[in-house]
Design a protein around this ligand. Structure first.
Ligand code: ADP
Length: 256
């Protein structure tokens, strides 16, 4: 016999009463599962042919000969584009892993300060000489969570701050506790985002300026990954931005 999936919600009702609403979401759940599996399988299948293409490209770029004169530039473009495709496939796989693992994975203690000090070194490589990084980390603050997904959240937000601050400026990264919330915050003085776009930024492939995002090497999936990882930690992403001034991306993790 097939099992069914239910969603339960308790809502306040008349005076001190409460209402328990039970919804049968079996079909919705199955559809979501089918969509997840499809994306995971498609990404996985695309990986192999792409690796073969990249292999040939590398050989052609490394082999001296007549083709180097006419084809060097097109070959280099092909290499750049295949790298982009690879990054998108990897991010799609990351997203489906995060979604699929949500029921089974077990949280561990994560040494976030150590991770962020490592990120500080990587960030300086990412930025240009006009970026000024300020890292303000509470070294005693560790949380329970999923290490690798958290690392990609931290990295994604810093890489966005760098990519959307073309003129440079300060990029502040903070890790601190505020009442019952642990906060990871990245602030930049870059392009900013108009208010109407903010609610949609975490949708897959949603971009304010498609061309710019492509040129700067994003996959269009960074903030979708951030949102999903935070959901798995029962946390949330708060975006505060002023067009032309800069943005603050704030991840809030509830702690007991
Ligand atoms: P992308 O690969 O396009 O950067 P993301 O999911 O990381 O994909 O971000 C989605 C969109 O949100 C970006 O295309 C950009 O328009 C906007 N965005 C993200 N971070 C910032 C930022 N720090 N400043 C301004 N806009 C940003």
């Amino acid at each position: 016999k097939q099992s069914r999936t239910f969603e339960m919600q308790v809502i306040p009702y008349f005076e001190s009463h409460k209402l328990l609403v039970v919804r049968d979401i079996t079909e919705l759940y199955q559809l979501a599962q089918i969509r997840r599996d499809f994306i995971a399988n498609a990404s996985h299948e695309l990986r192999t042919p792409l690796t073969v293409l990249r292999g040939y490209l590398e050989v052609m770029l490394d082999t001296p000969g007549e083709h180097q004169t006419t084809w060097k530039l097109p070959l280099e473009h092909m290499e750049t584009q295949s790298l982009r495709m690879q990054a998108i496939i990897e991010d799609l796989l990351t997203l489906s892993t995060i979604e699929a693992d949500s029921i089974t994975a077990v949280k561990e203690m994560v040494d976030v300060p150590k991770m962020l000090h490592q990120l500080e070194e990587d960030a300086r490589q990412l930025g240009n000489e006009n970026h000024h990084f300020v890292f303000d980390i509470d070294d005693a603050l560790v949380i329970k969570g999923f290490a690798e997904p958290l690392k990609s959240v931290f990295m994604n937000l810093v890489s966005n701050a760098v990519r959307y601050s073309p003129e440079g400026g300060a990029i502040s990264v903070r890790w601190f506790k505020e009442n019952n919330t642990v906060v990871y915050e990245v602030e930049d003085e870059g392009l900013g985002v108009a208010q109407e776009h903010i609610p949609r930024l975490t949708e897959r492939f949603y971009r304010v300026d498609k061309d710019r995002s492509r040129v700067t090497g994003g996959t269009g999936l960074g903030l979708a990954i951030v949102k999903h990882v935070l959901e798995r930690h029962h946390g949330k992403l708060v975006i505060d931005s002023v067009l032309g001034k800069g943005s603050v991306f704030r991840c809030e993790f509830p702690v007991k």
